[in-house]
Design a binder for this molecule. Structure first.
Ligand SMILES: O=P(O)(O)OC[C@H]1O[C@@H](O)[C@H](O)[C@@H](O)[C@@H]1O
Length: 236
């Protein structure tokens, strides 16, 4: 990995810096399974919600986009009221776990952040989550990034969420870097697609369960299991 070829590094948060993708995943599963257990309408598929549903329809997307896309995949009428109600129910569950358990970042990710800061590269976080600032704070990493483009920031600026490339492009611009000289680090298919659609210099897929082949197919240039693999000379 030759970091001198790049001017900025853009990290997804949940599943890349912190293991919170799993917390999101569990909160979604609890909420959707409770909902499906009670829902009944002709033509709707109410079979239990699984991890495959998460990876195919929800992972990495802004909250309400994930709810909408999943409901549609089951032939369920995704009215705005229902979408907001379910998304907010899941958000309460997520925040309960965050407050109760706190967040410890992946050690390999902290190693890479330390290394890149040592090189003087500007770092940004680009997350679909409105909870990104709270998660970074809980992980003790809030002061490491020059910009945090969260779900809230994207909403305020009217930027479409992942898989559209706009939030990553905005972060690169804030850091004063060309997309072609910026690196995107992503664990979700929707996020890798966003990186590929934005013609970034390098899109790194971080395999936390989506699968290396799936991430490559979505447009990842390389796939790693641990960000420590991107630190030159690291034994990890
Ligand atoms: O925390 P919020 O605003 O509901 O954001 C939701 C999404 O945030 C992303 O960062 C996660 O990768 C998703 O899987 C999750 O569903």
């Amino acid at each position: 990995m030759t970091w001198s070829e790049y001017d900025a590094v853009l990290f997804d948060l949940d599943g890349v810096i912190t293991p919170t993708a799993e917390v999101h995943m569990r909160a979604w599963a609890e909420m959707f399974n409770a909902f499906l257990g009670e829902y009944d309408a002709p033509g709707a598929d109410t079979a239990p919600y699984t991890d495959s549903d998460y990876f195919a329809h929800v992972d990495g997307k802004p909250r309400y986009d994930g709810v909408r896309d999943f409901l549609r995949s089951r032939g369920i009428d995704a009215t705005e009221d229902l979408v907001v109600e379910l998304g907010d129910r899941k958000n309460d569950a997520f925040n309960e776990v965050l407050a109760r358990d706190g967040v410890r970042p992946y050690p390999g990710s902290v190693l890479l952040i330390d290394h890149l800061q040592g090189l003087g590269l500007p770092l940004g976080v680009v997350s679909s989550s409105a909870n990104a600032p709270a998660v970074l704070e809980a992980a003790g990493l809030a002061d490491r990034f020059r910009t945090v483009v969260s779900g809230t920031v994207a909403h305020e600026l009217g930027l479409p969420g992942k898989p559209a490339p706009d939030t990553f492009q905005h972060a690169a611009e804030v850091l004063g870097a060309e997309a072609g000289r910026s690196v995107v680090l992503e664990d979700a298919v929707s996020g890798v697609r966003a990186g590929a659609a934005g013609d970034f210099g390098l899109v790194v897929g971080v395999d936390r369960g989506a699968g290396a082949a799936t991430l490559t197919e979505a447009g990842a240039d390389v796939v790693v299991d641990d960000l420590a693999d991107l630190v030159p000379g690291s034994a990890a």
